[in-house]
Ligand binder design. Structure first.
Ligand code: AMP
Ligand code: MG
Length: 474
Protein backbone atom coordinates (compact mmCIF):
# COMPACT_ATOMS: atom_id res chain seq x y z
CA UNK A 1 0.00 0.00 0.00
CA UNK A 2 1.19 3.51 -0.81
CA UNK A 3 0.27 6.71 0.99
CA UNK A 4 -0.64 9.83 -0.95
CA UNK A 5 1.24 13.06 -0.31
CA UNK A 6 -1.07 15.71 -1.69
CA UNK A 7 -0.35 18.22 1.07
CA UNK A 8 3.42 17.77 0.93
CA UNK A 9 3.58 18.05 -2.85
CA UNK A 10 0.86 20.59 -3.64
CA UNK A 11 1.87 22.85 -0.74
CA UNK A 12 5.58 22.11 -0.82
CA UNK A 13 6.37 25.75 0.14
CA UNK A 14 4.71 25.23 3.51
CA UNK A 15 6.51 22.10 4.74
CA UNK A 16 9.98 20.82 5.59
CA UNK A 17 10.86 17.19 4.89
CA UNK A 18 12.01 15.52 8.14
CA UNK A 19 12.63 11.80 8.74
CA UNK A 20 11.11 10.37 11.94
CA UNK A 21 13.76 9.70 14.59
CA UNK A 22 13.29 6.56 16.64
CA UNK A 23 13.74 6.19 20.40
CA UNK A 24 15.66 3.39 22.06
CA UNK A 25 13.90 0.07 22.52
CA UNK A 26 10.76 1.30 20.83
CA UNK A 27 7.75 -0.96 21.11
CA UNK A 28 4.22 -1.00 19.72
CA UNK A 29 1.78 -1.09 22.63
CA UNK A 30 -1.62 -0.15 21.27
CA UNK A 31 -3.28 -0.10 17.89
CA UNK A 32 -6.78 0.63 16.69
CA UNK A 33 -8.10 -2.38 14.76
CA UNK A 34 -11.28 -0.67 13.73
CA UNK A 35 -9.42 2.23 12.08
CA UNK A 36 -6.95 -0.17 10.49
CA UNK A 37 -9.88 -2.01 8.94
CA UNK A 38 -11.81 1.08 7.99
CA UNK A 39 -8.84 2.44 6.03
CA UNK A 40 -7.78 -0.94 4.77
CA UNK A 41 -4.28 -0.42 6.18
CA UNK A 42 -1.95 -3.40 5.85
CA UNK A 43 -2.13 -5.37 9.11
CA UNK A 44 1.57 -6.22 8.77
CA UNK A 45 2.34 -2.53 9.39
CA UNK A 46 0.89 -2.82 12.86
CA UNK A 47 3.22 -5.44 14.23
CA UNK A 48 6.25 -4.54 16.30
CA UNK A 49 8.74 -5.16 13.51
CA UNK A 50 6.49 -3.95 10.74
CA UNK A 51 5.83 -0.58 12.29
CA UNK A 52 9.46 0.10 13.23
CA UNK A 53 10.48 -0.77 9.67
CA UNK A 54 7.73 1.30 8.07
CA UNK A 55 8.44 4.37 10.21
CA UNK A 56 12.19 4.43 10.63
CA UNK A 57 13.90 2.33 7.93
CA UNK A 58 15.33 4.03 4.84
CA UNK A 59 12.60 2.68 2.54
CA UNK A 60 9.76 2.54 5.08
CA UNK A 61 6.53 3.65 3.43
CA UNK A 62 5.27 5.51 6.50
CA UNK A 63 8.40 7.55 7.20
CA UNK A 64 9.87 8.05 3.74
CA UNK A 65 8.05 11.25 2.78
CA UNK A 66 7.30 12.69 6.21
CA UNK A 67 7.10 16.47 6.49
CA UNK A 68 6.74 19.05 9.26
CA UNK A 69 4.08 21.68 8.59
CA UNK A 70 4.57 25.39 9.18
CA UNK A 71 1.87 27.33 11.03
CA UNK A 72 1.51 30.12 13.58
CA UNK A 73 -1.07 30.75 16.24
CA UNK A 74 -2.56 33.01 18.85
CA UNK A 75 -1.43 31.58 22.16
CA UNK A 76 -3.33 32.93 25.17
CA UNK A 77 -4.31 35.87 23.00
CA UNK A 78 -0.82 36.70 21.68
CA UNK A 79 0.23 36.19 18.09
CA UNK A 80 3.17 33.77 17.71
CA UNK A 81 4.57 33.34 14.18
CA UNK A 82 7.24 30.82 15.23
CA UNK A 83 5.07 27.74 15.57
CA UNK A 84 4.86 24.67 13.38
CA UNK A 85 5.10 20.92 13.83
CA UNK A 86 7.82 20.98 16.48
CA UNK A 87 7.43 17.31 17.26
CA UNK A 88 4.81 16.10 14.85
CA UNK A 89 5.20 14.85 11.29
CA UNK A 90 2.67 14.45 8.56
CA UNK A 91 3.37 10.99 7.15
CA UNK A 92 0.88 11.18 4.28
CA UNK A 93 -2.75 10.56 3.52
CA UNK A 94 -4.94 7.48 3.22
CA UNK A 95 -8.46 7.12 1.88
CA UNK A 96 -11.21 4.96 3.36
CA UNK A 97 -13.95 2.89 1.70
CA UNK A 98 -16.22 5.95 1.52
CA UNK A 99 -13.56 7.96 -0.30
CA UNK A 100 -12.71 10.13 2.73
CA UNK A 101 -9.09 11.22 2.90
CA UNK A 102 -7.39 11.19 6.30
CA UNK A 103 -3.89 12.24 7.38
CA UNK A 104 -1.55 9.97 9.27
CA UNK A 105 0.42 12.13 11.71
CA UNK A 106 3.20 10.90 13.97
CA UNK A 107 3.70 12.77 17.24
CA UNK A 108 6.94 12.67 19.24
CA UNK A 109 9.36 11.65 16.46
CA UNK A 110 12.15 14.13 17.13
CA UNK A 111 13.15 17.65 16.27
CA UNK A 112 12.06 19.61 13.23
CA UNK A 113 12.90 23.13 11.99
CA UNK A 114 10.02 24.34 14.18
CA UNK A 115 11.13 22.75 17.46
CA UNK A 116 12.58 25.99 18.86
CA UNK A 117 15.10 24.38 21.30
CA UNK A 118 12.57 21.79 22.50
CA UNK A 119 13.33 18.09 22.13
CA UNK A 120 10.67 17.06 19.60
CA UNK A 121 9.54 14.31 21.93
CA UNK A 122 6.35 13.37 23.75
CA UNK A 123 6.01 11.54 27.06
CA UNK A 124 3.91 8.45 27.71
CA UNK A 125 1.61 10.31 30.15
CA UNK A 126 0.36 12.87 27.64
CA UNK A 127 0.46 10.50 24.67
CA UNK A 128 -1.79 8.02 26.44
CA UNK A 129 -4.11 10.83 27.55
CA UNK A 130 -4.42 11.96 23.94
CA UNK A 131 -4.80 8.40 22.64
CA UNK A 132 -7.65 7.60 25.02
CA UNK A 133 -9.22 11.08 25.08
CA UNK A 134 -9.67 11.37 21.34
CA UNK A 135 -11.25 7.93 21.06
CA UNK A 136 -13.50 8.77 24.02
CA UNK A 137 -14.78 11.95 22.40
CA UNK A 138 -15.27 10.26 19.04
CA UNK A 139 -17.42 7.53 20.57
CA UNK A 140 -19.43 10.08 22.55
CA UNK A 141 -20.28 11.69 19.21
CA UNK A 142 -18.04 14.73 19.66
CA UNK A 143 -15.97 15.32 16.50
CA UNK A 144 -12.33 14.49 17.20
CA UNK A 145 -9.04 13.39 15.72
CA UNK A 146 -8.56 9.63 16.09
CA UNK A 147 -5.85 7.43 17.55
CA UNK A 148 -4.24 4.80 15.35
CA UNK A 149 -1.36 3.42 17.41
CA UNK A 150 0.92 4.10 20.34
CA UNK A 151 4.58 3.24 20.79
CA UNK A 152 6.64 3.37 23.96
CA UNK A 153 10.33 3.48 24.66
CA UNK A 154 12.64 2.95 27.59
CA UNK A 155 14.35 6.24 26.73
CA UNK A 156 13.67 9.02 29.22
CA UNK A 157 12.37 12.38 28.12
CA UNK A 158 12.92 15.32 30.47
CA UNK A 159 9.96 17.40 31.59
CA UNK A 160 9.58 18.51 35.23
CA UNK A 161 11.01 15.02 35.90
CA UNK A 162 12.39 12.33 33.58
CA UNK A 163 9.51 10.40 32.03
CA UNK A 164 9.24 7.52 29.56
CA UNK A 165 9.13 8.72 25.96
CA UNK A 166 6.34 7.65 23.59
CA UNK A 167 4.92 8.34 20.14
CA UNK A 168 1.53 7.99 18.58
CA UNK A 169 0.03 8.13 15.13
CA UNK A 170 -3.20 10.04 14.97
CA UNK A 171 -5.63 10.49 12.12
CA UNK A 172 -7.72 13.46 11.06
CA UNK A 173 -9.24 14.67 7.78
CA UNK A 174 -6.30 17.10 7.77
CA UNK A 175 -3.99 18.78 10.25
CA UNK A 176 -4.93 22.22 8.97
CA UNK A 177 -5.24 24.56 11.90
CA UNK A 178 -6.59 28.11 12.11
CA UNK A 179 -2.93 29.02 12.61
CA UNK A 180 -1.95 27.84 9.13
CA UNK A 181 -4.12 30.49 7.49
CA UNK A 182 -3.22 33.14 10.05
CA UNK A 183 0.48 32.56 9.45
CA UNK A 184 0.43 33.08 5.69
CA UNK A 185 -1.83 36.11 6.08
CA UNK A 186 0.26 37.85 8.76
CA UNK A 187 3.56 37.03 7.08
CA UNK A 188 2.08 38.53 3.86
CA UNK A 189 2.88 35.42 1.84
CA UNK A 190 -0.35 35.88 -0.02
CA UNK A 191 0.40 33.65 -2.99
CA UNK A 192 0.85 30.79 -0.56
CA UNK A 193 -2.31 31.82 1.28
CA UNK A 194 -4.20 31.64 -2.02
CA UNK A 195 -2.80 28.18 -2.68
CA UNK A 196 -3.67 27.02 0.83
CA UNK A 197 -7.24 28.27 0.43
CA UNK A 198 -7.58 26.58 -2.98
CA UNK A 199 -6.17 23.34 -1.62
CA UNK A 200 -8.50 23.43 1.37
CA UNK A 201 -11.54 24.10 -0.79
CA UNK A 202 -10.77 21.47 -3.39
CA UNK A 203 -9.57 18.69 -1.10
CA UNK A 204 -11.60 19.19 2.03
CA UNK A 205 -14.62 21.40 1.34
CA UNK A 206 -15.70 20.49 -2.22
CA UNK A 207 -19.27 21.63 -1.47
CA UNK A 208 -17.95 25.13 -0.74
CA UNK A 209 -15.59 25.11 -3.73
CA UNK A 210 -18.47 24.92 -6.19
CA UNK A 211 -20.42 27.82 -4.70
CA UNK A 212 -20.37 31.31 -6.22
CA UNK A 213 -18.49 32.65 -3.19
CA UNK A 214 -16.33 29.72 -2.16
CA UNK A 215 -14.28 31.54 0.52
CA UNK A 216 -17.40 32.84 2.18
CA UNK A 217 -18.89 29.36 2.11
CA UNK A 218 -15.68 28.00 3.64
CA UNK A 219 -15.60 30.48 6.52
CA UNK A 220 -19.26 29.79 7.17
CA UNK A 221 -18.66 26.04 7.17
CA UNK A 222 -15.72 26.32 9.59
CA UNK A 223 -17.81 28.58 11.84
CA UNK A 224 -20.71 26.13 11.94
CA UNK A 225 -18.51 23.10 12.53
CA UNK A 226 -16.65 24.86 15.32
CA UNK A 227 -19.95 25.89 16.92
CA UNK A 228 -21.14 22.28 16.85
CA UNK A 229 -17.92 20.95 18.37
CA UNK A 230 -17.92 23.45 21.24
CA UNK A 231 -21.65 22.98 21.88
CA UNK A 232 -20.99 19.26 22.36
CA UNK A 233 -18.04 20.01 24.66
CA UNK A 234 -20.37 22.09 26.82
CA UNK A 235 -23.02 19.36 26.77
CA UNK A 236 -20.58 16.76 28.11
CA UNK A 237 -18.61 18.97 30.49
CA UNK A 238 -15.41 18.73 28.46
CA UNK A 239 -12.72 21.35 29.03
CA UNK A 240 -10.11 21.42 26.26
CA UNK A 241 -7.64 23.45 28.26
CA UNK A 242 -5.53 25.14 25.55
CA UNK A 243 -7.76 26.68 22.90
CA UNK A 244 -4.91 28.49 21.17
CA UNK A 245 -5.59 28.99 17.47
CA UNK A 246 -2.81 26.55 16.57
CA UNK A 247 -4.84 23.89 18.38
CA UNK A 248 -8.05 24.62 16.46
CA UNK A 249 -8.83 22.39 13.49
CA UNK A 250 -10.60 23.89 10.49
CA UNK A 251 -12.72 20.72 10.41
CA UNK A 252 -14.29 21.54 13.76
CA UNK A 253 -12.82 18.47 15.39
CA UNK A 254 -11.29 18.32 18.86
CA UNK A 255 -7.59 18.45 18.31
CA UNK A 256 -4.23 18.63 20.10
CA UNK A 257 -5.20 17.20 23.43
CA UNK A 258 -3.22 18.62 26.32
CA UNK A 259 -4.40 19.31 29.86
CA UNK A 260 -8.03 18.48 29.02
CA UNK A 261 -10.55 17.15 31.51
CA UNK A 262 -14.18 16.20 31.88
CA UNK A 263 -15.75 18.06 34.78
CA UNK A 264 -17.02 15.92 37.60
CA UNK A 265 -18.61 18.46 39.94
CA UNK A 266 -20.43 20.96 37.70
CA UNK A 267 -18.53 24.20 38.01
CA UNK A 268 -19.10 26.68 35.24
CA UNK A 269 -15.68 28.36 35.55
CA UNK A 270 -13.71 25.10 35.87
CA UNK A 271 -10.04 25.29 34.79
CA UNK A 272 -7.75 22.24 34.85
CA UNK A 273 -4.70 23.60 33.00
CA UNK A 274 -2.39 24.81 35.73
CA UNK A 275 -0.69 27.28 33.37
CA UNK A 276 -3.99 29.04 32.68
CA UNK A 277 -3.74 31.49 35.56
CA UNK A 278 -6.36 33.89 34.22
CA UNK A 279 -8.89 31.18 33.40
CA UNK A 280 -8.89 32.23 29.75
CA UNK A 281 -9.87 28.71 28.72
CA UNK A 282 -12.30 28.01 31.59
CA UNK A 283 -15.29 25.78 30.83
CA UNK A 284 -17.79 28.61 30.44
CA UNK A 285 -15.43 30.71 28.32
CA UNK A 286 -14.99 28.04 25.63
CA UNK A 287 -17.83 29.23 23.35
CA UNK A 288 -16.64 32.86 23.52
CA UNK A 289 -13.04 31.82 22.91
CA UNK A 290 -14.07 29.70 19.92
CA UNK A 291 -15.66 32.79 18.43
CA UNK A 292 -12.58 34.86 19.31
CA UNK A 293 -10.50 32.25 17.48
CA UNK A 294 -12.81 32.33 14.46
CA UNK A 295 -12.40 36.08 14.41
CA UNK A 296 -8.61 35.66 14.40
CA UNK A 297 -8.94 33.17 11.53
CA UNK A 298 -11.25 35.54 9.65
CA UNK A 299 -8.41 38.04 9.12
CA UNK A 300 -6.98 35.55 6.64
CA UNK A 301 -10.28 35.69 4.76
CA UNK A 302 -10.27 39.48 4.51
CA UNK A 303 -8.40 39.13 1.23
CA UNK A 304 -11.41 37.43 -0.34
CA UNK A 305 -14.43 39.20 1.11
CA UNK A 306 -15.66 42.40 2.74
CA UNK A 307 -15.86 43.02 6.47
CA UNK A 308 -19.65 42.80 6.28
CA UNK A 309 -19.44 39.42 4.60
CA UNK A 310 -17.05 38.21 7.29
CA UNK A 311 -19.46 39.44 9.96
CA UNK A 312 -22.27 37.63 8.21
CA UNK A 313 -20.30 34.37 8.54
CA UNK A 314 -19.26 34.84 12.16
CA UNK A 315 -22.69 35.90 13.39
CA UNK A 316 -23.85 32.41 12.58
CA UNK A 317 -21.78 31.02 15.42
CA UNK A 318 -24.02 31.96 18.31
CA UNK A 319 -27.38 30.74 16.99
CA UNK A 320 -25.78 27.49 15.75
CA UNK A 321 -24.08 26.94 19.09
CA UNK A 322 -27.22 27.67 21.09
CA UNK A 323 -29.46 25.51 18.93
CA UNK A 324 -27.22 22.45 19.22
CA UNK A 325 -26.55 23.00 22.89
CA UNK A 326 -30.21 23.44 23.74
CA UNK A 327 -31.42 20.52 21.68
CA UNK A 328 -28.79 18.11 23.00
CA UNK A 329 -29.18 19.16 26.63
CA UNK A 330 -32.98 18.85 26.48
CA UNK A 331 -32.57 15.41 24.92
CA UNK A 332 -30.34 14.48 27.85
CA UNK A 333 -33.13 15.23 30.31
CA UNK A 334 -35.83 13.68 28.15
CA UNK A 335 -37.65 16.87 27.16
CA UNK A 336 -38.69 18.06 23.72
CA UNK A 337 -36.64 20.74 22.02
CA UNK A 338 -38.91 23.55 23.00
CA UNK A 339 -38.03 26.95 24.47
CA UNK A 340 -40.64 26.46 27.20
CA UNK A 341 -38.46 23.72 28.78
CA UNK A 342 -35.33 25.83 28.98
CA UNK A 343 -36.04 27.23 32.44
CA UNK A 344 -36.39 23.68 33.78
CA UNK A 345 -33.03 22.73 32.27
CA UNK A 346 -31.34 25.83 33.67
CA UNK A 347 -32.72 25.15 37.13
CA UNK A 348 -31.37 21.59 36.98
CA UNK A 349 -27.93 22.95 36.06
CA UNK A 350 -27.97 25.48 38.84
CA UNK A 351 -28.88 22.73 41.33
CA UNK A 352 -25.94 20.69 40.02
CA UNK A 353 -23.67 23.68 40.51
CA UNK A 354 -24.73 23.97 44.14
CA UNK A 355 -24.41 20.31 45.12
CA UNK A 356 -21.55 17.83 45.31
CA UNK A 357 -22.99 15.54 42.67
CA UNK A 358 -21.17 14.16 39.66
CA UNK A 359 -22.21 15.90 36.42
CA UNK A 360 -22.20 12.80 34.17
CA UNK A 361 -23.76 10.44 36.70
CA UNK A 362 -26.45 12.93 37.67
CA UNK A 363 -27.91 12.84 34.15
CA UNK A 364 -27.78 9.07 34.09
CA UNK A 365 -29.63 8.91 37.41
CA UNK A 366 -32.17 11.42 36.21
CA UNK A 367 -32.76 9.37 33.06
CA UNK A 368 -33.31 6.34 35.26
CA UNK A 369 -35.74 8.07 37.63
CA UNK A 370 -39.46 7.33 37.15
CA UNK A 371 -41.42 10.47 36.24
CA UNK A 372 -44.61 8.76 37.49
CA UNK A 373 -43.19 8.75 41.05
CA UNK A 374 -44.05 11.57 43.42
CA UNK A 375 -40.53 11.47 44.84
CA UNK A 376 -37.23 9.95 43.76
CA UNK A 377 -34.11 8.72 45.55
CA UNK A 378 -32.15 11.20 43.47
CA UNK A 379 -33.23 13.90 45.96
CA UNK A 380 -30.77 12.50 48.52
CA UNK A 381 -27.90 13.85 46.45
CA UNK A 382 -29.11 17.40 46.94
CA UNK A 383 -28.51 19.38 50.10
CA UNK A 384 -31.61 21.53 49.65
CA UNK A 385 -34.24 18.79 49.35
CA UNK A 386 -37.11 21.26 49.20
CA UNK A 387 -35.59 22.98 46.19
CA UNK A 388 -35.11 19.59 44.53
CA UNK A 389 -38.67 18.48 45.31
CA UNK A 390 -40.10 21.66 43.81
CA UNK A 391 -38.06 21.16 40.69
CA UNK A 392 -38.96 17.46 40.48
CA UNK A 393 -42.71 18.16 40.47
CA UNK A 394 -42.30 20.55 37.57
CA UNK A 395 -39.89 18.28 35.71
CA UNK A 396 -41.82 15.01 36.02
CA UNK A 397 -44.88 16.57 34.49
CA UNK A 398 -42.89 17.97 31.60
CA UNK A 399 -41.19 14.63 31.08
CA UNK A 400 -44.45 12.70 31.12
CA UNK A 401 -45.90 15.09 28.56
CA UNK A 402 -42.87 14.57 26.29
CA UNK A 403 -43.01 10.77 26.44
CA UNK A 404 -39.47 9.80 25.45
CA UNK A 405 -38.72 6.24 26.52
CA UNK A 406 -36.28 5.66 29.32
CA UNK A 407 -33.99 3.72 26.99
CA UNK A 408 -33.95 6.59 24.52
CA UNK A 409 -32.99 9.02 27.28
CA UNK A 410 -30.32 6.71 28.70
CA UNK A 411 -28.88 6.43 25.20
CA UNK A 412 -28.21 10.20 25.33
CA UNK A 413 -26.35 10.03 28.64
CA UNK A 414 -22.97 8.37 28.87
CA UNK A 415 -22.31 5.95 31.69
CA UNK A 416 -18.59 6.36 31.20
CA UNK A 417 -16.34 9.24 30.19
CA UNK A 418 -12.56 9.66 30.21
CA UNK A 419 -12.25 10.79 33.81
CA UNK A 420 -8.94 12.23 34.94
CA UNK A 421 -8.53 9.71 37.73
CA UNK A 422 -9.22 6.76 35.38
CA UNK A 423 -6.67 8.13 32.93
CA UNK A 424 -4.23 8.49 35.78
CA UNK A 425 -4.66 4.81 36.72
CA UNK A 426 -4.11 3.81 33.09
CA UNK A 427 -0.94 5.96 32.98
CA UNK A 428 0.47 4.61 36.23
CA UNK A 429 0.01 1.02 35.03
CA UNK A 430 1.40 1.82 31.57
CA UNK A 431 4.48 3.39 33.13
CA UNK A 432 5.02 -0.03 34.77
CA UNK A 433 4.64 -1.62 31.34
CA UNK A 434 1.07 -2.76 31.95
CA UNK A 435 -1.40 -1.54 29.34
CA UNK A 436 -4.31 -3.63 30.59
CA UNK A 437 -5.98 -0.71 32.40
CA UNK A 438 -5.66 1.49 29.28
CA UNK A 439 -7.18 -1.30 27.16
CA UNK A 440 -10.05 -1.84 29.60
CA UNK A 441 -10.74 1.86 29.76
CA UNK A 442 -10.72 2.13 25.96
CA UNK A 443 -13.07 -0.82 25.70
CA UNK A 444 -15.53 0.86 28.06
CA UNK A 445 -15.20 4.16 26.19
CA UNK A 446 -15.99 2.46 22.88
CA UNK A 447 -19.63 2.18 23.96
CA UNK A 448 -19.94 5.04 26.45
CA UNK A 449 -23.72 5.07 26.49
CA UNK A 450 -23.93 1.55 27.86
CA UNK A 451 -23.27 0.60 31.43
CA UNK A 452 -21.51 -2.76 31.20
CA UNK A 453 -19.16 -4.90 33.25
CA UNK A 454 -16.35 -3.22 31.33
CA UNK A 455 -17.50 0.31 32.15
CA UNK A 456 -18.38 -0.29 35.79
CA UNK A 457 -14.85 0.31 37.21
CA UNK A 458 -14.67 3.65 35.38
CA UNK A 459 -18.09 5.12 36.08
CA UNK A 460 -17.46 6.71 39.46
CA UNK A 461 -16.17 10.21 40.07
CA UNK A 462 -12.65 10.61 41.37
CA UNK A 463 -11.95 12.04 44.74
CA UNK A 464 -11.47 15.76 44.66
CA UNK A 465 -11.40 16.17 40.89
CA UNK A 466 -12.07 19.91 41.20
CA UNK A 467 -8.68 20.30 42.77
CA UNK A 468 -6.97 18.45 39.93
CA UNK A 469 -4.48 20.59 38.11
CA UNK A 470 -2.94 19.28 34.94
CA UNK A 471 0.45 20.15 33.60
CA UNK A 472 0.72 21.64 30.14
CA UNK A 473 4.13 19.97 29.71
CA UNK A 474 3.80 16.97 27.50
P1 AMP B 1 1.24 22.63 22.12
O1 AMP B 1 1.22 23.48 23.32
O2 AMP B 1 1.49 21.17 22.38
O3 AMP B 1 0.04 22.83 21.23
O4 AMP B 1 2.52 23.09 21.27
C1 AMP B 1 2.77 24.42 20.90
C2 AMP B 1 3.94 24.44 19.96
O5 AMP B 1 5.11 23.95 20.60
C3 AMP B 1 3.76 23.63 18.69
O6 AMP B 1 4.38 24.31 17.64
C4 AMP B 1 4.47 22.34 19.02
O7 AMP B 1 4.92 21.66 17.89
C5 AMP B 1 5.63 22.82 19.89
N1 AMP B 1 6.08 21.83 20.85
C6 AMP B 1 5.44 21.41 21.97
N2 AMP B 1 6.18 20.50 22.63
C7 AMP B 1 7.31 20.32 21.92
C8 AMP B 1 8.47 19.50 22.06
N3 AMP B 1 8.63 18.68 23.09
N4 AMP B 1 9.41 19.61 21.11
C9 AMP B 1 9.29 20.44 20.08
N5 AMP B 1 8.23 21.23 19.88
C10 AMP B 1 7.25 21.18 20.77
MG1 MG C 1 -0.60 22.20 19.62
Amino acid sequence: MQLTHHYATELADTVSPVRPQSLSDISLRMSNDSLIKQFNLPTEWFTQEGLVEQLFAEQGTLGKHAVAQKYGGHQFGQWNPYLGDGRGLLLGEVTNHSGEQFDLHLKGAGQTPYSRHADGRAVLRSTLREYIGSEALHHLGIPSSRSLCLLTSNERVYRELPEPGAMMIRMAPSHLRFGHFEYYFHSKELVILDKLMDYTLTRHFPDCATQTEPHKALLKAITLRTARMVALWQVHGFVHGVMNTDNMSIHGITFDYGPYAFMEQFKSDAVFNHSDHEGRYAFDRQPGIALWNLNALAYAFSRYMSVDEIKDCLTRFEPAFLAIYRQTMLERIGLDNDAEHEACLNQWLSMLAQNPIDYTQSFRWLADAEPEDQTTGLRDHFVDRNAFDGWWQDYRQRRQSCSHSKDAILARNPAVIARTHSLQKAIEAAEQDDFSVAEQLLLALNTPYQSTNASEPFEQAGENNEAVSLSCSS
